[in-house]
Design a protein around this ligand. Structure first.
Ligand code: NDP
Length: 405
């Protein structure tokens, strides 16, 4: 049915490509391309061994538009899935424009020299994509991604009017390392060391970062995994949900962090290891956070022996048929089960599976259009149906718990 080019052979990329291979009726030809071809070839061997499917691999520098264009012209995909890093979003979008191929990603563009999470750079491609007659689907992972689809589903089926959304992301798993991040360390650390922001009554409200004095946190009782300290954090899906969920008065994002992670992060921040600017080290230009990434475990290496579960979902409050309603839509994912299925931990799994489903929606022509779209702009039903079939079943319950006012 369709040819797909997946760029980025990291933790998430390896799950996307394996799940595509498992859905061979939709993804008839698959190519995995990345900066380091050996990593693509390793994934190709695993796919041959465990799934019995042949894929193609290639080396590409996704910062280089002519190189991307040449690869796209050679492989002729119907869709490019970008699961490299947010820095490459715009170059890959440029290459898609030049070649007239649809684009999809799981994280919004960030400039290298400034840790800033905004859709404005990618939304600026709206007219160009429209004119070319192609589509870009932004943020098709779990959060952003599934959480946005949960909100669209709630808007369509569960509420007449949504007033507040709280996205709650808990990783109650253990990888056994003193300090490691579950997705790309550089991107992860840039994200969580930001000052927190949430949206209330039409304005963004800033609060201290998770490791700063005065950070906002509380203990939430998650289904299956129980109580975990959850910290207010800025997360990119809030920016598009504020635009697309009508009548919204407040949206917040909470993520759980263990004390050991916070202590390590605080020390790294205090000694300057999370800096994103260049420092001169004996005549060599070094960016501390990039060096730190080099010495930390790769997210794709954390799968073996990872135990425990993730619990990610949305508590949504509003009105239906004149009555106050509170709903909680969530997924529970098990690290060991993910490893058994695709040799990856649950963070890569919960990102890679929705990315494959988003791609499936485009290739099957279920989600179509021209221009740049966030995932909540499409019909949530076929995507929600696939979540249940592809390994990320969801639950919807009346919410009886407590959240901070
Ligand atoms: P990894 O670091 O494990 O993988 C990134 C891959 O991209 C690596 O293989 C890397 O190559 C490759 N890459 C980096 N730069 C280039 C380049 N210039 N050209 C070609 N390839 C390149 O990260 P993850 O897999 O953990 O994350 C991938 C993406 O998924 C990130 O954008 C992340 O923000 C996003 N994400 C989204 C989530 C969501 O829920 N929406 C959750 C988790 C992640 P090399 O191996 O050579 O370094």
């Amino acid at each position: 049915m369709g040819r797909v080019l997946i760029i980025g052979a990291g933790g998430v990329g390896s799950v996307v490509v394996k799940k595509c291979a498992m859905n061979g009726d939709v993804f008839t030809s698959i190519m995995l391309a990345s900066r380091t071809k050996e990593k693509c070839d390793r994934v190709r061997e695993e796919i041959k061994k465990y799934i019995g499917v042949d894929i193609e691999t290639a080396k590409v520098d996704a910062d280089n538009v002519p190189e991307l264009v040449a690869l796209i012209r050679k492989f002729k995909p119907n869709l490019v899935i970008n699961v490299a890093l947010p820095y490459q979003d715009l170059t890959i979008m440029d290459a898609c424009l030049e070649t007239g191929v649809n684009y999809m990603d799981t994280a919004n563009y960030e400039p290298l020299d400034e840790a800033k999470f905004e859709y404005k750079w990618q939304w600026a491609y709206q007219d160009k994509f429209k004119k070319k007659g192609i589509m870009a689907l932004l943020g098709a992972g779990f959060d952003p991604g599934v959480t946005n689809v949960y909100c669209a589903y709630a808007q369509k089926h569960l509420f007449d009017e949504i007033k507040t959304i709280d996205i709650l992301d808990c990783n109650a798993g253990s990888h056994g390392k003193a300090f490691a991040t579950n997705f790309n360390p550089e991107i992860n650390i840039r994200e969580v060391t930001q000052r927190a922001r949430h949206w209330k009554n039409g304005k963004w409200v800033e609060t201290p970062a998770i490791i700063e004095e005065g950070s906002v946190h509380f203990s939430f009782d998650y289904p299956v995994v129980g109580h975990h300290e959850s910290y207010l954090l800025y997360h990119e899906e809030m920016e598009s949900l504020v635009k697309h969920i009508k009548g919204l008065e407040r949206i917040r994002f909470w993520m759980t962090f263990g004390q050991q992670y916070l202590t390590h992060l605080k020390v790294l921040q205090n000694v300057g290891m999370t800096r994103i600017d260049e420092v001169d080290y004996e005549g060599c230009k070094v960016i501390p956070i990039r060096f730190l990434k080099k010495v930390l475990p790769e997210p794709s290496s954390l799968g073996e022996g990872y135990s425990g579960k993730t619990a990610i979902g949305c508590v949504i409050k509003g009105r239906k048929a004149g009555k106050e309603v509170q709903k909680y839509i969530y997924n529970i994912c098990d690290h060991a089960e993910s490893f058994k299925e695709v040799q990856s931990q649950a963070i890569s799994y919960t990102t890679g599976v929705p990315a494959m489903i988003g791609a499936m929606m485009i290739l099957k022509g279920i989600w179509k259009g021209t221009g740049v779209f966030n995932i909540e702009q499409f019909d949530p039903d076929p995507f929600m149906e696939q979540l249940n079939k592809q390994g990320l079943p969801w639950n919807v319950v009346d919410f009886k718990g407590k959240l901070p006012e």
